[in-house]
Design a binder for this molecule. Structure first.
Ligand SMILES: [Zn+2]
Ligand SMILES: [Zn+2]
Length: 313
């Protein structure tokens, strides 16, 4: 039973809450990273989604990579898809770009009215044009039949051809850095300088000590990782096992080497993501960090789909 006195206190409490917007609702941090997909590679699994990340700065969503599932994960993260302003693609492996066009499409059918800018290695402009060829019938039907704006004018793609600053907004500077991911060389890590700290996304990459220079002093480094002891089990499922193993070892970074990069860069927080293998139940959380810790003594976070890291850290 609630006493009158308590009812009054509750009423006063809610009035105070209404008067103070900070108390009326739980406000999200101004700058935060949300991991939308953390399983490396193109195969769809039942758990973690394919690679994608979200950086929110002052309610502006920056999407980094568009593996399959990115649109649904954004909705699950509580982000309106038409509110997306910028898309960055690290490289043209399908686990990073397969839902690029469809993410934009999903923004359009949900009411997009302002342009989205996209950035990626050479090819993203052509991919964007080709997307409109692929979807010409649907798009032109909906424009005429449903009175929607022409989406082809709302997606502005930018090929990145060299390292350097690719975007400067009122509060975020984005710098691209080429890193080898054999056989791919058109592959970019991205650094986001925000009012609350610096975040670097490694892209997929071979062990590259120069990436530590690029990430030097970052608050958060989100780095891909390969758990080498599980590679044989992973490739045993594939007919092309031998060549797949060679690719994995030559074009990704072992957990031990990720620790080397994080230590050399002296980052405040290392986030492991793009797990390869991303769905092996025999690989434990401890397995992912044990070899990293041989070289890096700072804070380590294991990314999980929809997990958030707020800045400043
Ligand atoms: Zn990948
Ligand atoms: Zn890749």
């Amino acid at each position: 039973m609630i006493h009158r006195r308590n009812v009054l206190a509750l009423a006063l409490g809610s009035a105070a809450a209404l008067a103070s917007p900070g108390l009326a609702q739980t406000s999200k941090p101004r700058t935060r990273i949300v991991f939308l997909g953390t399983k490396g590679g193109p195969r769809i699994g039942v758990g973690a989604s394919n690679p994608a990340n979200l950086l929110m700065v002052n309610d502006t969503p920056f999407v980094i990579d568009c593996g399959m599932g990115v649109s649904r994960r954004l909705v699950e993260a509580g982000v309106s898809i038409p509110s997306v302003k910028y898309i960055f693609i690290s490289h043209h492996h399908s686990d990073h770009n397969l839902e690029y066009g469809n993410l934009f499409y999903n923004a359009w059918v949900a009411g997009l009215s302002t342009p989205i800018q996209s950035f990626g290695p050479k090819g993203i402009e052509a991919m964007t044009r080709t997307y409109w060829e692929l979807n010409k019938f649907d798009v032109e039907t909906r424009i005429a039949d449903e009175g929607r704006p022409d989406p082809r004018k709302l997606l502005i793609a930018h090929d990145i051809n060299e390292d350097g600053v690719v975007l400067q907004t009122s509060d975020v500077k984005v710098t691209a850095f080429r890193t080898p991911h054999p056989p791919i060389t058109d592959n970019f890590a991205y650094k986001f300088e925000t009012p609350d700290g610096v975040v670097v996304f490694s892209s997929d990459t071979e062990y590259n000590p120069k990436l530590a220079d690029f990430a030097k002093g970052a608050d958060v480094l989100v780095h891909e990782c390969l758990y080498v002891p599980a590679v044989d089990r992973l490739v045993a499922k594939n007919k092309n096992g031998a060549t797949l193993k060679k690719h994995l070892l030559e074009s990704h970074t072992s957990t031990e080497d990720v620790g080397r990069i994080a230590a050399a860069a002296a980052v405040k927080v290392l986030v492991l993501s793009h797990f390869v293998p991303g769905d092996d139940p025999l690989v434990t959380d401890e397995n992912w960090t044990e070899d990293v810790k041989k070289n890096f003594s700072g804070r380590i976070i294991l990314a999980k789909d929809l997990k958030e890291v707020a800045l400043p850290v």
